[in-house]
Design a protein around this ligand. Structure first.
Ligand code: ZN
Length: 479
């Protein structure tokens, strides 16, 4: 399998992705259409994602909890735009224990409603605020067009839900979480993202404001990679989440929710991968280094394995995630291709000559061939590995940013706009009217991805209607 070439990204990006996910053993198809089996290698990546996010959530005062997967159907109808947004995607349980249920239960598509119900019980006074809870779980949305990691019936994620005394506090929380997602994407996943605000038509069902981080994939399309919502008092009013303020008056709370899902694994694959396979950012890679022993005779094998074992122990002590490929009956060439496909950032080759010379070969995944190869001494190999991993992490970010810059355009008119969104992002003025946004979508299939937090200032003409506009938006075709 490892010797079979993948379709090239330029020829068929979608098929490249589909084959790569399965062949790199990240995920597999399930017996139920649209569901996904996350295989150990893919799950190890997700575990690294969760660890880095969870650390950031806890450092900003959040705690984890677990709420039920089954929600009374009536809960979903309590918030009007929420029910309108989610009804078509609900999976409903009508029978339990062999009997028809009095009230059907929905499998959570997201947990605002059931958490709102609990918060109404728990919150009495301003002293109980803020409530800052996150949960790691899976949710079900009955999607029609599915693709592994990017859109599946059941997906894994975290959903944060907070309650506050004022609008300002809720808005600050919403923005803080957007910053945390941005920091995570940039510094752990080496993915440059654009943090921004969604237009009203792209808001979460039931939110007053939705913010997102948007990333450019290797085919120039956008992927919404994390969202943070200011829910205003919509859910607080629907679920009676109230508190007594300092003056003894009863007030509705202000709530937020925010989430990042296994979709993000799709972003890592599509931003960094090449025609040979995955290229994983060292900080999230399940294995940062793979050691491939090279030998012909049993004597050489004993010698090489002894050195490999010694180096592995040193790397483990230094918290480097390392694997020695001890598979029997596979040639080194086969193993090189296999780990290349699976995107391990750094390969270490150890042969009898290396043992004799007290050196090893390091080969970077992001720089194929001779250019990425170095000989380093076994003394100080840990430092060499650590430095190289830092270099690779930065190189991946730089390359992704360069690609995004090269594929971001400022079209002068609608004609040009239509051309550039076939290749990447359009940065264009938008007047704020949803009619312009809708017509752009109809004529070009590009959607308004976000209104970036960083704005150039000044005014200019809306790309569609020509009216004066003081905001620039990012448009693109999206997953
Ligand atoms: Zn307009």
């Amino acid at each position: 399998m490892a010797d079979m070439k993948l379709p090239s990204r330029t020829e068929d990006f979608s098929e490249w992705y589909n084959q790569l996910v399965v062949r790199a053993e990240l995920a597999d198809y399930a017996p139920v259409r649209g569901c996904m089996i996350v295989r150990p290698y893919g799950w190890a990546m997700w575990e690294n994602v969760t660890a880095q996010l969870d650390r950031r959530f806890k450092a900003t005062g959040h705690v984890n909890a677990a709420f039920p997967m089954l929600i009374p159907q009536s809960f979903i109808s309590k918030e009007q735009s929420h029910v309108a947004g989610f009804s078509p995607e609900l999976a409903v349980v009508t029978h339990g224990g062999g009997e028809k249920l009095e009230e059907p239960l929905v499998i959570r598509p997201t947990s605002e409603t059931i958490i709102g119900w609990a918060y109404a019980k728990w919150i009495q006074s301003y002293r109980d605020l803020p409530v800052l809870i996150n949960q790691w779980n899976s949710v079900v949305r009955w999607e029609l067009r599915t693709k592994l990691f990017l859109r599946t019936l059941e997906f894994f994620w975290q959903e944060g839900h907070t309650a506050h005394a004022t609008f300002e506090e809720a808005e600050a929380e919403t923005r803080q979480m957007l910053d945390i997602y941005t920091d995570f994407a940039v510094n752990e996943a080496a993915i440059p993202v654009i943090p921004g605000k969604k237009s009203p038509s792209e808001r979460f069902a039931g939110a007053d404001a939705t913010y997102s981080i948007e990333a450019m994939m290797g085919d120039g399309k956008a992927l919404q990679s994390g969202t943070s919502h200011n829910l205003g008092q919509n859910f607080a009013k629907a679920f009676e989440i109230k508190y007594l303020d300092k003056e003894g008056a009863l007030q509705h709370c202000w709530t937020t929710s925010w989430g990042l899902s296994t979709r993000f694994i799709g972003a890592i694959i599509m931003v960094h991968g090449d025609d040979q396979g995955l290229i994983l950012p060292p900080r999230l890679a399940p294995y940062q280094v793979v050691i491939v022993p090279i030998f012909k005779t049993d004597e050489e094998k004993a010698l090489v394995f002894e050195t490999a074992k010694k180096i592995k122990e040193q790397l483990v002590k230094a918290d480097v995630r390392v694997k020695v490929d001890e598979r029997e009956g596979q040639s080194p060439g086969f193993k090189f291709n296999d780990w290349e496909m699976r995107g391990v950032p750094l390969r270490m080759e150890i042969g009898p000559k290396d043992v004799a010379k007290g050196s090893v070969v390091l080969a970077r995944r992001d720089k194929p061939g001779k250019e990425g190869k170095t000989f380093v001494s076994q003394e100080g190999v840990v430092a060499s590995v650590q430095e190289t991993l830092v270099t690779i992490q930065q190189a991946l970010f730089d390359r992704a940013l360069e690609f995004r810059n090269a594929h971001t355009f400022e079209p002068k008119n609608l004609q040009e706009f239509g051309d550039v969104v076939e290749k990447g992002f359009a940065r264009s003025r938008w007047c704020g009217e949803s009619s312009c946004e809708d017509r752009i979508k109809e004529t070009t299939k590009a959607t308004l991805r976000c209104i970036p937090m960083e704005q150039p200032g000044g005014t200019g003409a809306c790309i569609f209607c020509g009216k004066d506009s003081n905001e620039v938006a990012i448009f693109g075709k999206a997953y």
